[in-house]
Design a protein around this ligand. Structure first.
Ligand SMILES: *Cc1c(COP(=O)(O)O)cnc(C)c1O
Length: 374
């Protein structure tokens, strides 16, 4: 028997990314070090304008994390105790937690199986007299089907806060995700398509009034020093993050195109493999493949074989939000959101990042094929 070939393929290779932009980053960081200005300075304002322009939004407000972006956006809509906020059952915990942290109740709706994003029909069934907001998530870099969501929101006067943490650069019918609702929330967590060197986030909006309130809420509820109009947060983006992000933003379009090209290669190699379902793309815009996520009944077997060959893979997310222990008090049970639960049981995200090589994709696909005995 010949030994099994292995290659070390991570989920994401930030060292390779850094090697390609090292000088640009060091120059940008040096200017922050020389200025000795660290919080809400010129780099943050410039990044805010550049992100707003990149996304086609009028305003952008830097905050301390993607989670804070969601919290502050809901707060601007005055969401609080007694209010219900509809969120998909299949997402990262922060999508629901932002409502809970303001004293509101997240109400979990199901997802559409092909895109892993909010199912508008399920959303419609969850609307009650207490529903105040809806948080569609552009999960894995794929835009949710926004038109029916926006229609329902208009009919029921709901605030739409888009969780765009995984989808900067994605589009829906020609417009950037994050600009379709009242607010779009971005995360600059290091592993995101546009990642900083620590935590960071941003809220984008077309409303000048809302941008103004966000600027106040991130800074103790006041724009003027030592004068607070309301209770706010300390949730600010710092200059070091902004300097790194400004450099990376110049490369984001090209990086997202590489991710799409890699996804196309995965698609062509996997689409006829029995036992594997490739990710759907909705047909309404550009997916930016924060993750390339397949479905397979034999998911665990595939993951085991990939691990044996040195290939990383991750289950995002193994437990749907409505079944998280933290939300046991809401009383949901298995069977309540069948598509969210099926996704949690079947998904597997494969390595995808701009620096990934075609041969590595071929090696990963060979591992999957081998696991399935194809
Ligand atoms: C990363 C992420 C967040 C939270 O962002 P942080 O910057 O880590 O706080 C929220 N929602 C989704 C879908 C995410 O992937």
């Amino acid at each position: 028997m010949s030994p099994v070939m292995t290659q070390n393929i991570p989920m994401l290779d930030l060292k390779a990314q850094y090697a390609a932009i090292r000088e640009e980053i060091q120059t940008a960081l040096n200017s922050v070090f020389e200025s000795q200005q660290f919080v809400l300075g010129p780099s943050v304002s410039k990044l805010e304008s550049e992100i707003a322009e990149f996304c086609g939004a009028r305003f952008a407000v830097g905050v301390a994390s993607g989670t804070d972006a969601l919290i502050l956006a809901l707060r601007v809509a005055n969401i609080g105790p007694g209010d219900e906020v509809i969120v998909p059952g299949f997402s990262f915990l922060a999508t629901a937690e932002c409502a809970s942290l303001l004293g509101a109740t997240p109400v979990f709706a199901d997802i559409a199986p092909d895109t892993f994003t909010l199912d508008p029909a399920s959303m419609a069934r969850k609307i009650t007299g207490r529903t105040r907001a809806i948080i569609p998530v552009h999960l894995f870099g794929q835009a949710a089907d926004m038109d029916p969501i926006l229609d329902l929101a208009r009919q029921h006067r709901l605030t739409v806060v888009e969780d765009n943490a995984q989808a900067i650069g994605a589009t829906y019918k020609g417009r950037h995700t994050g600009t379709l609702g009242e607010h779009g929330c971005l995360s600059f967590f290091p592993s995101k398509n546009l990642g900083g060197w620590g935590d960071g986030g941003m809220v984008i909006t077309n409303s000048e009034e809302k941008a103004k309130r966000l600027r106040s809420l991130r800074n103790y509820g006041g724009v003027q020093k030592y004068m607070s109009d309301e209770i706010g947060w300390n949730s600010r983006l710092d200059e070091i993050q902004a300097a790194v992000l400004r450099v990376k933003l110049r490369h984001l379009g090209e990086w997202n195109r590489s991710r799409r090209a890699h996804a196309a290669r995965y698609d062509s190699l996997l689409s006829n493999m029995p036992g594997v379902v490739t990710p759907g793309q909705g047909g309404w815009g550009d997916h930016v493949f924060h993750q390339y996520t397949i479905r397979a009944r034999q998911r665990d077997k595939i993951q085991k074989r990939l691990t044996e060959r040195g290939i990383a893979s991750t289950v995002y997310y193994p437990v749907p939000l409505h079944l998280q222990p933290a939300y046991a008090f809401l009383g949901y049970k298995t069977g309540d959101l069948s598509e969210s639960e099926r996704a949690a049981a079947e998904v597997l995200s494969l390595p995808i990042y701009p620096e990934l090589k075609a041969e590595q994709i071929d090696f990963i696909v060979a591992g999957i094929s081998d696991a399935l005995g194809a």
